[in-house]
Write a protein that binds this ligand. Structure first.
Ligand SMILES: [Zn+2]
Length: 181
């Protein structure tokens, strides 16, 4: 059976998600939950990168998306990230979704959905909240299997090690959940 032709946008989204996945894997070096993000500029090149550094920095706000937004703002010399796309391996939490709105990012591409804490449609929908003055276009489920697997493997290993603090939730219909991304 022939697959339908893939659009250029889909191919690029997967290419960008692979870069976010590389960031997520690098978070494992500091025993951080493997979540990664990149910000892609209007010309399609990466202008910011971030990975979860909550453990590395002892900082409850050191989420991949926030660090990627800061990195991109520094690179572009502006807090406004007009025309940029934020690509992240797990659905953003309420804090990160708020940061995305404040940076005026017009588009988010996400890998796995987080049905315990996601704020891009799962629990809350901060990105498309009509009462706010900025709406974000959301594309979900890009390389979802790979993004979920990385998280599930991490929590499975932690369970074996007897460290339950991070709290592995079961994979729900929308994939893994409650990772605090
Ligand atoms: Zn977050």
């Amino acid at each position: 059976m022939a697959l339908p032709p893939r659009t250029r946008t889909e191919t690029r989204a997967e290419e960008w998600m692979r870069l976010a996945l590389a960031e997520a894997r690098a978070a494992l070096e500091t025993q951080d939950v493997p979540i990664g993000a990149v910000v892609v500029g209007p010309d399609g090149t990466v202008v910011g990168r971030g990975r979860n550094r909550r453990e590395a920095d002892g900082d409850p706000t050191a989420h991949a998306e926030i660090l990627a937004l800061r990195d991109a703002a520094r690179a572009l010399g502006s807090w406004r990230l007009d025309g940029c796309t934020l690509v992240v391996t797990l659905e953003p939490c309420a804090m990160c979704a708020g940061g995305i709105v404040l940076a005026r990012v017009p588009r988010v591409v996400l890998g796995a959905w987080d049905d315990k804490a996601g704020a891009a449609g799962s629990v809350l929908d901060v990105l498309r909240e009509r009462r706010l003055n900025h709406w974000v276009e959301v594309t979900g489920g890009v390389l979802q299997g790979e993004c979920s697997r990385l998280l599930l493997d991490f929590f499975a290993a932690h369970r074996r090690g007897g460290d339950d603090d991070a709290g592995p939730p079961g994979p729900g219909p929308g994939g893994p959940a409650g990772f605090g991304g």
